[in-house]
Every structure is written in structure tokens, then in C-alpha cells.
Design a protein around this ligand. Structure first.
Ligand SMILES: *Cc1c(COP(=O)(O)O)cnc(C)c1O
Length: 421
């Protein structure tokens, strides 16, 4: 099907039709995953007997908030866990993950990162970079990062060897984030967890689930992860939740995490939900569908740009476990043009033109295109990356497949116009 009120070059139209054709079978399978996950969400809502009164919200201390408690129960069940906390008081995914990590370890314990160097902000939390006085390392936690194998996978033999009586927890990152390694599927995560539990049954396993929720039909909790955490302005907020994060896992760990988020003894009891519950519930209801749309967008982006001669990772035919799509351009000009076009075809700030600029923590200039309703929400379409060879733009999100398609086709059109200038 063609989007006929837009004027692309004939070449682009032909390419888009060809790509659409190729993706048919893939999209059918995504639809099946969406339906499985949508059914799970409905089942969880029904089980908790969600009704209008759950959406009311509380103020002040937020005691006896039945809407908050039922949402916790729904998250626990969807993520295959005993318990969960879902809170707008988490300011980001990093905050939720940091809280979870602090719940897992005490000074003197060791935590092993089994999937290579963690996501940038978590390196600071762990004390692998930066000088923060409150990093886990500064607090006396031993942090060990296991490098990936030469092919980019978790080194299970090495993991088995380095687990010691001091090891308290093993951390796994599902999504590649902005790294060049692959993202790890639920099946691969299961292998890591099995290795840990065979070597030392008492060692706890944690999964940074950011960008992974509802991409597959199982979550890390279904394959034995003791604790997981993520952001509500990515997948599980369905593009509607305005802020927040979640932690799900064993009851004792979740209780400890709640005490760290609030204060010892206050943990689960308080936390006003104000006016946020309707969007947190509705966002979760929408999440399987929205993740499906973003996934179709990522696969379309990979297929189209690969047909146009650019390297893309993952390849469009690769099975997905997260929403991140990297595209490697041939020049700075192409990368910048691509990001600028994504911005131009955003619902918000479409008249702003992003430029490469210095960013704290990055050696090279970074370009960021994001015209989102919710500040920084990467479940909405965005494109960014450091402007240096191999000129990789990371493209993620998209509330509707049509939006991603229109934006990416326009971006390719603009890149082709540079060539012919
Ligand atoms: C997005 C993300 C996070 C958390 O990022 P925030 O911007 O703090 O929400 C952590 N880990 C990974 C892999 C991510 O993609």
C-alpha cells in the first residue's frame, strides 16, 4: 500500500513497495506476538478486577491507594514475578535500575555484569566511570564486568569460573542500548540465568529490561530472573505514561527496593499517584500494540535502508528482542540529514533543526532528533548518535508504524537529494 498524499521520487516509491512486500510475513508474526501479549494484559486486568475506582488516584501520603496496589499486581503477573512496584516517583529507567541494584547488594558483596560494559548512565551508578561518591563501588561493592566473547555473546564458561562466595548478584542487560553488540533474546538470557543458578543457586540474577518489554512473548521473569527493572517512558508505558519506572521480582527484593526508593519502613505504604493512574493503566493496555508498531517501524527502517545500500544492525531478518535499530551512513552529511528529516516529520518541534553538538560524557559531537509529546520518551520516534565514523544513527520507537514509514522514507529521499546536488 502506498501513502499517496506525499511526493517522493519514483525510485523511493518503488523501493518502498518492494520492501513492504518483503516484510509481509514478518509483520504477520509480529501481530501474533502483539495478540499474545494483549491477551496477557487483558487477563491481568480481569484478574485484578480493574474498575473505574482504581483510576482515582491519591494525594498527600498516598496511603491505601488501591489503584497503585492493583497496578503493582498486574506488572508482577505480566513480568512473571512475585511482586512489583510501579511508580511515577522513579524519575527514569536509570533511577529504577539503580534502586534495584542497591536492593541486591551490600558493601562487601560482588556484582558481576555478565553482558559486557553496561549502559552509560549505569556505569556511573556502578562506579565504573565518574567520581560519584555514592556509586556502588565507592560504597564498597565489588563490581566485575565480564567482557563478551569475540562474537559478542555472554561468556558462560568465564562466568561460571568467576562466580565466587563473594558474588551476590549477576546483572544482565537485555538491550544493546547504544552499543555495537547484539541485544540478548529471552532464550540467551535464560542460558545466563541457568549458568548462574547451576554454579551457585543463591546468587541473584537481575535484568535491565529497558526497550525489551513485550517484544517477545516471554519476559526475563518467565525464565527465572529474580529482579527486573525498566522505564515507563519506554515500552510498558505505551507512549501514554508521562513518567516513572518499575521494578518486578521476588517479594523480599521488591520490598527492599521500595524502602530504598522511599525510606526504611515506608516502602510500599505511600506514594501519591495524583492524576497519573489513568495513563499508566491505559498505557500498559496499549503497550503490546505500540511495541508492535515500533517494531514494524524498526524492521521497515532496516529493510529500506539496507536496500538503499546502507549497513543496518540488526539486519531486518534478525529476530528482535528490543526496539533499537542502528543505521550506518557513509558520511556525516547523510547522518545529519537523516536525523534532521526525522525531526521534520515529528508531531512536536517539527520546525526545529537539530545540529551536532557537544554532550557531557561524549568525546564526539552528538546529534539528537526527537519531536516527542513526552520529554525524552524513546518509545516515540527518535534518532540520535555520536557524529563520527561509522556515522551510526540509532533509530527507535514510533507510536504508529505509518509515522515511522513516512519519516524514514522522507529521510531517505533527502539523502538521495544530497547525492544528486
Ligand atoms: C534507556 C535505557 C536505560 C535507562 O535509561 P533512562 O534514560 O534513564 O530511562 C538503561 N539501560 C538501557 C539498556 C536503556 O536502553
Amino acid at each position: 500500500m502506498w501513502i499517496n498524499d506525499l511526493t517522493y521520487s519514483t525510485d523511493i516509491k518503488q523501493l518502498a513497495d518492494k520492501v513492504d512486500e518483503q516484510l509481509h510475513e514478518r509483520f504477520t508474526r509480529i501481530q501474533a506476538t502483539v495478540e499474545t501479549n494483549q491477551a496477557a494484559v487483558l487477563r491481568a486486568f480481569r484478574h485484578e478486577q480493574i474498575a473505574t475506582h482504581h483510576l482515582q488516584g491519591t494525594t498527600g501520603y498516598g496511603y491505601d491507594d488501591i489503584g497503585r496496589e492493583a497496578l503493582d499486581a498486574i506488572y508482577a503477573s505480566l513480568f512473571g514475578q512475585e511482586d512489583a512496584i510501579v511508580r511515577s516517583q522513579f524519575i527514569s529507567g536509570t533511577h529504577a535500575i539503580s534502586t534495584a541494584l542497591h536492593a541486591l547488594v551490600q558493601p562487601g558483596d560482588e556484582i558481576i555484569c555478565a553482558t559486557g560494559t553496561p549502559y552509560d548512565t549505569l556505569q556511573t551508578v556502578l562506579g565504573l566511570s565518574g567520581e560519584e561518591k555514592r556509586s556502588l563501588r565507592k560504597l564498597g561493592v565489588k563490581v566485575t564486568v565480564l567482557p563478551l566473547t569475540s562474537t559478542g555473546y555472554p561468556d558462560l564458561e568465564m562466568l561460571e569460573r568467576v562466580i565466587s562466595p563473594q558474588t551476590k548478584a549477576v546483572a544482565i542487560q537485555r538491550s544493546r542500548g547504544y552499543d555495537s553488540r547484539p541485544s540478548f533474546s529471552i532464550q540467551e538470557i535464560e542460558q545466563v540465568i541457568t549458568t548462574v543458578k547451576q554454579a551457585a543457586p543463591d546468587v541473584l540474577t537481575f535484568v535491565d529490561n529497558c526497550y525489551g518489554e513485550f517484544v517477545e512473548e516471554k519476559e526475563p521473569g518467565h525464565v527465572g530472573a529474580d529482579l527486573v527493572a525498566g522505564s515507563l517512558i519506554k515500552n510498558p508505558g505505551g507512549g501514554l505514561a508521562r513518567t516513572g519506572g518499575y521494578i518486578a521480582g521476588n517479594k523480599e527484593l521488591v520490598d527492599e527496593a521500595a524502602d530504598i526508593l522511599a525510606a526504611p519502613g515506608l516502602g510500599r505504604e505511600g506514594g501519591a499517584t495524583l492524576a497519573e493512574l489513568p495513563l499508566m493503566y491505559q498505557g500498559l493496555f496499549m503497550a503490546p500494540h505500540v511495541v508492535g508498531e515500533a517494531l514494524k517501524g524498526a524492521i521497515f527502517t532496516a529493510a529500506l535502508l539496507s536496500e538503499a545500500g546502507f549497513e543496518t544492525t540488526p539486519h531486518w531478518q534478525t529476530e528482535r528482542t528490543d526496539l533499537i535499530q542502528a543505521v550506518h551512513f557513509h558520511s556525516q552529511d547523510q547522518m545529519v540529514t537523516f536525523c534532521q528529516q526525522i525531526q521534520r516529520y515529528s508531531p512536536i518541534d517539527s520546525t526545529v533543526s537539530p545540529l551536532p553538538s557537544p554532550m557531557p560524557g561524549y568525546e564526539d559531537e552528538v546529534i539528537m532528533a526527537a519531536g516527542t509529546f513526552i520529554q525524552g520518551a524513546s518509545i516515540e520516534l527518535s534518532a540520535d548518535g555520536p557524529v563520527r565514523p561509522p556515522f551510526s544513527a540509532y533509530v527507535q520507537g514510533g507510536l504508529t508504524y505509518s509515522h515511522v514509514k513516512i519519516a524514514v522514507l522522507s529521510a531517505l529521499d533527502a539523502i538521495w537529494q544530497i547525492k544528486s546536488r
